[in-house]
Design a protein around this ligand. Structure first.
Ligand SMILES: [Zn+2]
Ligand SMILES: [Zn+2]
Length: 313
């Protein structure tokens, strides 16, 4: 049951020969969530061998080109390969108008339906929930309505030990109760404690995506203790003024947020193409938050599956 993030693009507005504009792919237990869709995202998906057909949910943080220009090409390719499954697209208010206008001009006979889910950008809300994962918006501070996204696994029930089911001949009707934490009473009246019958559930894994944003401590509460935080770091700290002016962050600001939110790992990206050397981003951030990685296109970050009491599996 994987929980991993693939970086498809790590540049900001201008793509470079090494870096595509922003897009991430989260694999949460074999469900695939595309997060932002900068120009060329479909090329990156092919390069990193991710089947287009696996993507049913796309989350767009805001309507700046470097986060959405790739969506239109991707929709066109979905049509060319004969997609039939509904495509769910989540984004800020104006996304519906943008997509419908585009489709009216280029493509009004798609082979599949598009369900557009608009979110309010000024308050946090749960915008998607399935049996495995829930997705919660993180309002960000940027020049246009913008939200990041928190992907969090849903708490799984305790795992019942197969040998215990056989040993005590536990009927099916009692299994659900035991998974919820109840003890079991045998026909002879003996009470078997739940701890003997079950293994603790797996720890809930989480990924928070925050791009684009100025430094904002308001997000800390929402991203507290996540396993992986991605926070944009468009500028080096010497260009702090430029970051403030354009409502972006510096590497040190991203690290400051990670430290205060007590996350396990920080990823930084969305680098401005004005810089020639990206090592400095990582060094600057690590001075504040050592568990920082400056991402490259194609990097994959995995959160392992651990039982609550701490046993890795
Ligand atoms: Zn951007
Ligand atoms: Zn932006």
């Amino acid at each position: 049951m994987p929980f991993s993030v693939t970086i498809l693009g790590s540049s900001s507005a201008l793509p470079t020969s090494e870096r595509f504009p922003t897009a991430h792919l989260l694999n949460a237990n074999e469900r695939f969530f595309l997060i932002d869709c900068g120009e060329g995202t479909q090329i990156q998906l092919r390069k990193f061998r991710i089947r287009l057909g696996k993507i049913n949910h796309i989350f767009i943080s805001h309507l700046h080109g470097d986060h959405i220009f790739g969506l239109f090409g991707l929709i066109s390719s979905f049509n060319l390969i004969g997609r039939t499954a509904t495509l769910h697209i989540y984004g800020p208010d104006q996304i519906e108008e943008l997509i419908l206008d585009h489709l009216e001009f280029f493509q009004n006979d798609l082979s599949f339906d598009i369900a557009i889910h608009k979110f309010q950008h000024h308050r946090s809300a749960t915008i998607h929930k399935d049996t495995n994962v829930e997705v919660i918006t993180i309002p960000l501070k940027h020049r246009v309505p913008t939200c990041g996204f928190l992907f969090r696994e849903r708490q799984a029930p305790r795992n019942i030990k197969k040998e215990m089911v056989e040993k005590y001949e536990i009927p099916i009707r009692d299994i659900v109760k035991i998974k919820d934490g109840k003890d079991f009473k045998t026909n002879e009246g003996e009470t078997i404690p739940n701890s003997e019958l079950t293994l603790p559930p797996f720890r809930v894994r989480s990924y928070a995506y925050c791009s684009d944003t100025a430094y904002s401590e308001k997000i800390i509460e929402l991203i507290k203790n996540v396993d992986i935080l991605y926070h944009e770091a468009t500028f080096l700290h010497k260009d702090e003024d430029l970051a403030a002016e354009t409502l972006h962050s510096t590497s040190k600001q991203a690290a400051g947020i990670a430290l205060k939110a007590e996350v396990r790992k920080l990823l930084i990206g969305h680098f401005s193409s004005r810089y020639k050397n990206y090592d400095t981003f990582e060094k600057e951030a690590q001075e504040i938050f050592p568990e920082t990685t400056a991402v490259n296109d194609g990097d994959v970050f995995t959160v392992s599956r651990i039982r609550e009491k701490g046993t890795a599996v």
